[in-house]
Each structure stands twice: as C-alpha cells, then as structure tokens.
Write a protein that binds this ligand. Structure first.
Ligand SMILES: Cc1ncc(COP(=O)(O)O)c(C=O)c1O
Length: 366
C-alpha cells in the first residue's frame, strides 16, 4: 500500500526518546523548552509555546484573546472541524465563509459582508500548507479592529511573501500530528510576538499556575495542555529534518503537477507565487461527471491510500442542527469536499511511487 502519509522517523528519534525515558523525567521539561527555542529561531518569532495538540493551541489562543460568549469569529467553511469547534468551546459563534477554489483558502472578498458588531476575530486557515491571503485579511482586521489567529496546523514552514506563516497575526497555531510535515505523535505549538499573551498562554496550559520568587500561585482556571518531554525530544530531532522534509514534499508535488496537468478532468491545487507551499496535502478535485467515491475506492484497490482532505463545516451535524445555513453560500466548499481526493504525499515516497499514483489516477479519471 502506498500510504497517504507516513512520519519520517529514524534512529535519531528512537535514541532521543530512549534518552528521555532513561532519565525518568517525562513531563514538560528541558526537551520541551529546547523544542520551543528551536521553533522560535526557525520561525523568527519571539515566543513558541508547546502544547498537547493543535486544537489545544487554538483553544488557548481564543481564551488568551478574551473571546467568549456573544462574540463572533470568522472561519473558512472548508477545514478540519477543530477550527470551528474551539470557537464553540469558548461560547462564541463561528461565522463560516466560503473558500476560493484556486487556493482552498477563505475567500477574502466574502468576509466584510459577514462582519457584525460582535465580530472579534478571524481564523484564517493555511489549508493543506498554502498560505491564506494575509494581506487582505490584515487590511480587514485593521479596518474593523479584529484579532487574527492563524490556523497554521498544516503549515509549519509555509511562507507568505518569504516570511513564515503563523507569525503574522496576533497568534499562530501549529499541529504536530503525524499527518503533518513533522510530528511529536500528538502536539501543538503556539507562536506569538506578544510577551503578555505568551505569559498568559504559559499559565493557561499549566493549570493556571504562576510561579514568582519560588512561590506558586494559581491565578487562572487553566488546563493541563502540556507537552511531555518524550514528545519534546521527538520534536527536536524532527525539527532538524524539517527543511529536507519540506524540500522532498515540494519535489514530489512537482512530479504530481507534471504528471497530472494534462488531465482535463482534474483541478490541481494552487501554487504559491513565491514557492511557499509546503504541500501538507496534495489535493485534487475531480470533474463533476466523475464519482469521487468510486475513484477513491478503485485507487485503494490498486494499493493507493487516499482520503478526504477537509470538511464543509456548515454541513456537519452539530453545526447544521444548531444554526440554520443557506447551503448556496458554500458552493465551493461543498464542491471541494464532494469531488476532492487527498493523494499520497510524504517524504518517504519514491519518484516511482508518485509515478504509479499518477498513472492510476489518469487511468481512472481521463
Ligand atoms: C486546519 C486544522 N486545524 C486544526 C487541527 C487540529 O490539530 P490537532 O489534530 O493537532 O489537534 C487540524 C488537524 O488536522 C487541522 O487540519
């Protein structure tokens, strides 16, 4: 089976985890701090805060920015449910916006019409590793005094105008789940240049604990969203490989572009002008006349693992039952889901693997 995704784990990771296990010190400690420092240096950001997963990162970001009941937060309709779930979890309301089919990212032209006096923030998602239109989003946020929480769960290393995403808004959130370029098993990183917010995030991830002059106090109702040192060690070795993993992903994505661009029944993913795309997922959309599910089934039968990429959030049972939406507002998101397929892409695949996938996809869809 050609796997959809596979973490790049080698002896260095085994050794790093083994060393932590030998110390008997397993909870958040020196290895987690080391990982945070590496990411701060890599992203050129003042604070990187490790947490237990990407959802926890987004959840804390909203709390740190004081977003809560009565507030509205703008999110793209096509994403992983966590992007909207965290908004619900703080008691605020997600306002869904359709996507642009060329990028699979939020259609920034449709945002202003949905801004109300209750709107407090926008969560742009850098879907599948391609940067959202941050210039347009910044402009809107400045005009209406809104916060930006970048959902960069799939986009560690992605660039926008040659700068890393996740560092341009008030807060950026990354996931280190095994479906991402690098992994800690489960894990998340919150990035911010705002020291006050960083201090609050550190308190919130650790039960609300605040230590001053060697004395402990609990100043907020916090969570246990800490990362373990086992994960920290894993993340440290993974960070050393990040650039080579991204380069390999770009090479393989280019093979897909070369092999699939002559297929008129496929819409291929957008390419960023400055080569900033990190291809967390290579997502193609089939012509309406093709049946996505049967193509997916046949690819699996040929030994090719493939899957959905993201979901039209307004159509998920929880959201549909709680709010009433006009589905015609989300035609691109519905189309991207209904006809889309995520194809295998990870750094352990060979050129021959990708050529095999290209042959089968072309055979089944042309
Ligand atoms: C866009 C997006 N946001 C948030 C998350 C949540 O990250 P995690 O699985 O680390 O909680 C994901 C996970 O796939 C995601 O794709």
């Amino acid at each position: 089976m050609i796997r959809l995704c596979e973490p790049d784990i080698s002896d260095a990771e085994f050794q790093a985890v083994y060393e932590v296990l030998k110390t008997g010190y397993l909870v958040q400690g020196a290895r987690v701090r080391e990982l945070e420092e590496k990411i701060e240096k890599y992203l050129h950001v003042q604070h990187a805060i490790a947490v237990s997963n990407g959802t926890a990162a987004l959840h804390l970001a909203l709390i740190a920015l004081k977003i809560g009941p009565g507030d509205e937060v703008i999110v793209p309709d096509f994403s992983f449910p966590a992007t909207a779930n965290v908004v619900e979890l703080v008691g605020a309301t997600p306002i869904f916006i359709d996507i642009n089919l060329e990028t699979f990212n939020i259609d920034t032209e449709k945002i202003e019409a949905k801004i109300s006096k209750n709107t407090k923030a926008i969560i742009p998602v850098h879907e599948f590793g391609l940067a959202a239109n941050l210039d347009a989003i910044n402009e809107i946020c400045e005009k209406y005094d809104l916060k930006i929480i970048e959902d960069a769960a799939c986009a560690l290393g992605t660039c926008y105008h040659k700068e890393f995403v996740g560092t341009k808004g008030d807060i950026g959130c990354f996931s280190l789940h095994p479906r991402k370029a690098i992994t800690t098993g489960e894990g998340g990183i919150i990035a911010t240049n705002k020291s006050e917010i960083a201090s609050k995030l550190k308190i919130l991830r650790n039960h609300g604990m605040y230590v001053k002059d060697n004395s402990i106090d609990f100043v907020l109702a916090g969570f246990n969203y800490r990362m373990t040192d086992i994960q920290g060690a894993l993340g440290n070795t993974q960070m050393d490989k990040l650039d080579s993993i991204i380069n390999r992903r770009r090479e393989l994505a280019n093979l897909y572009f070369e092999g699939l661009s002559c297929n008129n029944n496929l819409l291929l993913p957008g390419m960023s002008r400055d080569n900033g795309h990190t291809y967390q997922t290579y997502y193609v959309i089939l012509n309406r006349k093709l049946n996505r599910d049967s193509v997916m089934r046949e690819l699996r039968e040929q030994g090719i693992e493939c899957n959905y990429g993201a979901y039209p959030l307004h159509s998920l049972s929880y959201y549909k039952q709680k709010y009433s939406y006009d589905a015609s507002e989300f035609m691109n998101s519905l189309f991207a889901f209904g006809q889309g397929i995520a194809l295998p892409l990870h750094s352990r695949l060979s050129d021959t693997d990708i050529e095999y996938v290209i042959d089968k996809v072309n055979l089944l869809t042309q």
